[in-house]
Design a protein around this ligand. Structure first.
Ligand SMILES: *Cc1c(COP(=O)(O)O)cnc(C)c1O
Length: 269
C-alpha cells in the first residue's frame, strides 16, 4: 500500500476480524454455488454492498482483498471514495436520478452504474465523464423483472416478442451513441417474495436470463451496430443479494450484491 496508508480509516481489530470472517464465509458460499453450475464459467464477482456502513468497515474488507463495493446514494459514495484507496471499484446500485448522473460520473474510480433505466440517464452519464478518464464506465441496464410499481427498471423481454422495445432501444443507444459507456449487462432486484421463498427456481432470475438471451440474439444479429458490448462477447447478469445469491449464481448470475451477509444488519429506513 502507498505511504499514506495510515491515513485511511481503520476499524477496531475486533470489527475487522468480524468482517473478514463474514467475507470469507460469503466468498466460500459464492465459490461453492459457482462450482455447482453446469457451465464451466468464471467465478461470479462479489460486490460488497456497504451502504450506511462506515468507511472503516470498507477498509477492513479492502485489507482482506475485497475491491468491488456497492453503494446506493451518490453523495455517500462520493464521500467514501474520497477517503478510501483509489483502486476500489465502486458500483452504483441505488435508484438513479438524472441529476445524480453528473456527480456520480465525477468520481474517479466509479467502475459501474448498475441501475441505468433510461436514455436520458445514459446520455447524461456519457456526457458527464471527465475528459481525463481512460476506461469506459460499465453500464448495467436495470430490468424490473417483478414488474412492481415501486421498483425501477425496464420491463423484461420474452423470446417470442417483437424486437422493438424500450430495453432494446436503450441497449442500442448505449452501444451506438454513448462511446464512453460500455454496456456490460443487465441487473435486477426481483421481488422480496421470490427471494425469500425456499424454491430453487426464482421466476425473476429466470426472467432476467431469458431477457439476456433475447437481447443478445437481437444485438448479435444487428449488423449495423458498431461499438463493443458485453464481457467477452456476452452480457453479464447482476442478480442475487444476501438472501438469494446462491440461487442467483446457480441460475447464471455473474455478479452478486451482498450487504448484510458481510456487514451485518443496517438501520431500518
Ligand atoms: C441494499 C442492496 C443490496 C444488498 O442487500 P442485502 O440484502 O443486504 O445483501 C443489493 N442490491 C441492491 C440494489 C440494494 O439496494
Amino acid at each position: 500500500m502507498s505511504s499514506d496508508a495510515t491515513n485511511y480509516p481503520t476499524a477496531s481489530p475486533e470489527r475487522a476480524e468480524e468482517l473478514q470472517t463474514a467475507l470469507d464465509e460469503v466468498r466460500a458460499r459464492v465459490r461453492a454455488a459457482a462450482e455447482m453450475r453446469s457451465e464451466n464459467s468464471v467465478e461470479p464477482r462479489l460486490v460488497a454492498v456497504s451502504k450506511y456502513k462506515p468507511a472503516a468497515d470498507i477498509m477492513a474488507c479492502y485489507q482482506h482483498g475485497q475491491r468491488d463495493f456497492g453503494e446506493n446514494y451518490a453523495a455517500e459514495l462520493a464521500e467514501k471514495a474520497a477517503v478510501l484507496p483509489k483502486d476500489i471499484r465502486w458500483h452504483f446500485i441505488g435508484g438513479l436520478q438524472s441529476n445524480k448522473c453528473k456527480p456520480l460520473a465525477a468520481i474517479p474510480n466509479i467502475y459501474a452504474v448498475q441501475t441505468v433505466d433510461s436514455a436520458k440517464k445514459a446520455t447524461a452519464l456519457n456526457k458527464s465523464l471527465p475528459a481525463d478518464r481512460e476506461a469506459p464506465l460499465n453500464i448495467y441496464i436495470q430490468v424490473n423483472t417483478s414488474a412492481e410499481d415501486q421498483k425501477s427498471g425496464i420491463l423484461p423481454l420474452k423470446k417470442s416478442e417483437p424486437a422493438s422495445t424500450d430495453l432494446v432501444d436503450l441497449a442500442k443507444l448505449v452501444i451506438q451513441d454513448c462511446p464512453r459507456l460500455r454496456l456490460v449487462g443487465l441487473m435486477t432486484i426481483g421481488s422480496f417474495e421470490a427471494s425469500t421463498s425456499s424454491d430453487e427456481e426464482n421466476p425473476d432470475f429466470k426472467s432476467l436470463v431469458e431477457t439476456k438471451e433475447a437481447l443478445t440474439e437481437i444485438l448479435r444479429s444487428d449488423s449495423s451496430l458498431s461499438g463493443e458490448w458485453g464481457v467477452n462477447g456476452s452480457l453479464e447478469l447482476s442478480m442475487g443479494m444476501s438472501a438469494d445469491f446462491e440461487v442467483a449464481i446457480r441460475a447464471g448470475s455473474g455478479s452478486v450484491r451482498v450487504g448484510t451477509g458481510i456487514f451485518g444488519s443496517r438501520p431500518s429506513t
